[in-house]
Design a binder for this molecule. Structure first.
Ligand code: FAD
Length: 387
């Protein structure tokens, strides 16, 4: 092992997305020496390169982790409160279904790019070293050397490590490398549905065009739209459609077909999306899948967390929240165990069953959101259950 990485308290994190940046902060705050390698360029220099959902629902689970890292105040300064679901029925009626009894039980809409910027700033201030444009290419687990590619000039850079943490998302390169060294029991279950994002800009007077303090839903049986508010008075609309059948992303392929779908099924949303055709044609369709692993670590040499370990469909709004909880748990286990293999095993034992449960709830919530939130009998039953 390279001498510099025999350090008892050194960690190499792959990915400076939401989980990577938060874990780097938590570990650096505990006095650990942390290096983080991120495939993309520094978003603070060249702007945030999107590609995934523009905004996210932040819940109490995630806020608890942010508080531990001292990041909650900065994040909440740009968050928009969502008191409940605003259901847009096919006949034009709207109805707010509150998440709780009052504003102490709400969720928050946060901008992914702004959140990532805040977390990177906090990680760096805590002492973590961030290396951008360094995508993990390969790992020699025996020699404990990882090779990163400079995404600018293509050059390769080898670094020694004691342990690698895979916070590199659903397509994790570290998971790919671990596959060659240990049986992970990996299965991916495609949902058969995809999504596209559209934008509702501010009204001409600069205000929100709909009620800002709600998560808007247009449930339509096999498919649906949702919209979350952003702090610059816009909404990000996400259209979820099956990959096959009618309507689907096979039958709704261009802007004109998207307009026809909205005229028929989302009539009250249509006038709010002035660039529907452009958004639909320019924005890529994102695939949705659940990733199951039976094993998240390779003895003391590597461990996965967040989407790299348990990507899930987004219908419970818990992927990021769960990834943040992973960070707190991993930091706690690394503190509590001298032996890292034991720490990683204890982390997996604690978090894997939780992740499985949330993955299942996320799949079930898709049926509820698209089929049931406009079903009067079902709502009555839910109301009676709560009473
Ligand atoms: P990511 O955020 O994907 O970060 C991975 C990082 O690793 C990225 O910065 C990436 O550039 C980097 N990387 C990738 N490959 C490499 C490599 N080879 N080398 C180095 N770096 C690499 N969750 C919620 O809690 N609430 C929501 O409302 C919500 N809505 C969602 C809506 C949609 C449409 C989708 C798709 C997801 C949603 N999620 C939501 C889930 C959430 O986005 C993820 O769970 C969360 O981003 C996981 O964080 P992560 O850090 O594990 O992965």
């Amino acid at each position: 092992m390279a001498a510099e990485f025999q350090d008892e308290r050194h960690l190499t994190i792959v990915g400076a997305g939401l989980a990577g940046a938060l874990l780097a902060t938590l570990m650096a705050q505990r006095g650990w020496s942390v290096d983080v390698y991120e495939k993309r360029g520094d978003p603070r220099v060249q702007g945030y390169a999107g590609g995934r959902s523009i905004n996210l629902a932040l819940a109490e689970r995630g806020r608890h982790a942010l508080r531990e890292a001292g990041a909650d105040d900065e994040v909440m300064a740009q968050a928009v409160m969502m008191r409940g679901r605003m259901v847009h029925f096919a006949d034009g009626r709207v109805d707010l279904q509150r998440y709780g009894r009052d504003d102490s039980e709400v969720i928050w809409s946060v901008h992914r790019g702004e959140l990532n910027l805040i977390l990177l700033g906090i990680a760096e201030r805590a002492g973590a070293r961030l290396h951008f444009q360094r995508g993990l290419e390969s790992v020699d687990f025996d020699a404990r050397r990882a090779t990163f590619k400079d995404e600018g000039d293509g050059s390769l850079h080898e670094v020694g490590f004691r342990s690698l943490v895979g916070a590199d998302g659903a397509g994790s390169a570290l998971r790919g490398a671990m596959r060659g060294a240990v049986e992970l029991g990996e299965r991916t279950q495609s949902l058969g549905h995809s999504y596209k994002e559209l934008e509702i800009p501010p009204a001409p007077d600069g205000s929100f065009r709909m009620e800002p303090h709600a998560l808007h839903i247009w449930p339509r049986g096999r498919y649906m739209c949702i919209a979350l508010p952003n702090d610059e008075q816009t909404f990000t609309v996400t259209l979820f459609l099956p990959n096959e059948g009618d309507p689907s992303f096979q039958t709704v392929r261009d802007g004109a077909q998207a307009r026809a779908l909205f005229e028929r099924d989302f009539a009250d949303a249509l006038p709010l999306i002035p660039h529907l055709e452009r958004d639909f044609e320019q924005n890529p369709a994102g695939l949705l899948a659940t990733l199951y692993l039976d094993r998240w670590h390779l003895d003391e040499r590597a461990v996965l967390l967040g989407d790299a370990a348990h990507a899930m469909v987004p219908f419970h709004g818990q992927g990021m929240n769960c990834a943040f909880e992973d960070c707190v748990a991993l930091a706690r286990h690394l503190d509590a165990h001298q032996d890292r293999a034991e720490a990683f095993a204890a982390f997996q034992a604690e978090r894997l069953p939780n992740a499985r449960a949330i993955q299942q709830m996320a799949l079930e919530n898709y049926l509820e959101m698209r089929d049931r939130v406009d079903d009067d009998d079902y709502l009555m039953q839910r109301a009676l259950e709560r009473a």
